[in-house]
Design a protein around this ligand. Structure first.
Ligand code: SAH
Length: 519
């Protein structure tokens, strides 16, 4: 955010990222992810959320590394102070709410000591959201008039220092965080203090994410049921009569794409409308910015082509093969101090062709209705149909990527048309290294149901950065045949949408992974 004043000293925002589902980020935290210079995050932050961090950010991970110990709190404090003192806007991103067992208070003490300005951004705490996604209201007029959030974290020596008689006496819903490894001691403590062993209880794993799991039992049987299901952290333990309601009130996993997680590869600059559609159906969606387009600027070849455009004695055709190509073409026109009227005012009959509906709507947004769009949205079909439609002697100006498809020009040349191939932009492949690592791990663990590809270049971008995984295990949903061919080269299990549109992609994903609505 350019409007945000850079304070000389830097500043720290201690912000909650919610329990996992990116839709539960607060607006303020989402804005800070855009505006901060440095993001310091720990283990509970989901890939879906991390994938929203723009790539110009410095990103520091302070969570556990596989099998290793977490970064000590003193080290985290040092990092926050160091970055703020460089004058940076530091976003300290924590799971859930920063003050609910987040050690947020300790971090603020250090900032106070060092006289570093800060703000606190509350987050949606797992203590309330995880039960909600499991269909458990933590309070209910008939069953519980209070709820209590308790740490189940054992002190050194494995002792859980809790006042069990008090917890039993309040008769509210008990929510234990960090309690998985002390579950037995907690449940025994409650029954020894007089709680009915038949009291409903639940353990909720990975709540709000696609992988969320719920085990409901009683205080007497929960430990065994949880072990049998192989529940692992992060998980919360819930005790109280409300736990019995999840049998009827569960909902999250029942959505058409509930429990599914997809990886969407896309150009860095455009946010994906596919992601929104899949999320609306209940899926968790990681958006991996696989490619970035860089305009070729200054563009001498374009300048020359525009100087003579419209002077051809036959027709002049202008051909676009991607929405980003349309965007760059028009910003270059402005750059060159001209606009579309001047190009069509030179006498020639001007036609415009678009490869598919995405490109067509980019043109329509500028008040231009394409004269030609092929039946099948591919470069080969575009070339063939344009070769038929263009009058003899036409000049075809193709405004597209530097390494465009090789199938577009041959039919045009074969028809004896004059062809100008103008490279407008080049494609760079990139993804944040921390995200690459996380995605690789999730693919290995089978946590991603499918990867979607909307162009051959996104396949190249993906395979360029996600290496050392068995591509044969990846289910790829592709927008068209060219994209599919590229994915097949790497041995992926390929499925192709019926048409090259986001609607058709969504339909294909639902067909392959969706469930019938149960209610
Ligand atoms: N500040 C966080 C809690 C940090 S303590 C918050 O407000 O949510 C970490 C504990 O939170 C974990 O041990 C687990 O008990 C719980 N937790 C966090 N996210 C969770 C999730 N998605 N599903 C289940 N439990 C979660």
């Amino acid at each position: 955010m350019e409007t945000m004043q850079k304070e000389e000293k830097g500043k720290v925002w201690l912000a909650g990222a919610g329990p996992g589902d990116a839709a539960l980020l607060t607006l303020k935290t989402a804005e800070l992810m855009e505006s901060a210079d440095v993001v310091v995050y720990d283990a509970l932050i989901s890939a879906e959320i991390l994938s929203r961090i723009p790539e110009d950010k410095q990103v520091i991970y302070v969570g556990k590394h596989a099998g290793n110990h977490p970064v000590p709190q003193e080290e985290i404090n040092r990092i926050l102070v160091r970055e703020a003192k460089k004058g940076k806007q530091v976003l300290r991103l924590k799971g859930g709410d920063p003050f609910v067992f987040g050690r947020g208070g300790e971090e603020l003490e250090i900032l106070l000591q060092e006289d570093i300005p800060f703000e606190v951004v509350p987050g949606v705490t797992s203590a309330a959201a995880v039960p909600a996604y499991a269909g458990i209201p933590v309070t209910h007029r008939d069953y519980a008039s209070s709820f209590h959030v308790i740490t189940g974290h054992a002190r050194k020596g494995g002792k859980v220092e809790l006042d069990f008689p008090a917890l039993v006496r309040v008769k509210g819903t008990l929510v234990f965080l960090m309690g998985l490894s002390s579950m037995e001691r907690i449940l025994n403590g409650l029954t020894e203090a007089g709680m009915d062993p038949d009291m409903p209880a639940a353990v909720l794993e990975n709540g709000t994410s696609a992988g969320q799991r719920r085990v409901t039992a009683t205080v007497g049987t929960l430990k065994e049921a949880s072990d049998r299901a192989g529940i692992s952290p992060p998980a919360i333990i819930l005790v109280g009569r409300v736990c019995g309601l999840s049998g009827q009130m569960h909902w999250a996993e029942d959505r058409v794409l509930g429990g599914r997680q997809f990886l969407i590869t896309r150009p860095r600059q455009s946010s994906s409308s596919l992601a929104g559609r899949l999320r609306a159906l209940g899926a968790q969606v990681i958006e991996m910015p696989a490619i970035r387009t860089e305009p070729i600027c200054p563009n001498e070849k374009l300048k020359k082509a525009l100087e003579v455009f419209g002077t051809n004695t036959g027709q002049e055709w202008l051909v676009f093969t991607s929405p980003v190509g349309v965007d760059i073409f028009f910003s270059q026109l402005m750059e060159l101090g001209t606009d579309i009227r001047k190009l069509s005012a030179r006498g020639a009959d001007v036609g415009i062709a678009a490869i598919g509906p995405g490109t067509a709507s980019a043109l329509e947004r500028r008040g231009l209705v394409p004269d030609l769009m092929p039946e099948v949205y591919s470069a080969a079909a575009l070339g063939k149909e344009l070769a038929q439609a263009a009058a003899e002697g036409s000049r075809i100006t193709v405004a597209r990527a530097e390494k465009g498809s090789e199938e577009l020009l041959p039919p045009l040349l074969a028809a004896g048309l004059k062809v100008e191939d103008i490279p407008l932009y080049r494609t760079l492949y990139e993804t944040h290294p921390f995200l690459q690592e996380k995605i690789r791990e999730m693919l290995e663990n089978g946590e991603i149901d499918a990867v979607t590809f909307t162009s051959a270049s996104t396949v190249r971008g993906f395979t360029g950065v996600i290496k050392d995984v068995d591509y044969g295990k990846i289910r790829a949903v592709c927008i068209g045949e060219q994209t599919a061919a590229e994915a097949e080269k790497h041995g992926m299990q390929v499925r192709v949408a019926d048409r090259a549109s986001m609607d058709a992609m969504t339909k294909k994903v639902v067909e392959l992974f969706g469930k019938e609505m149960q209610r």
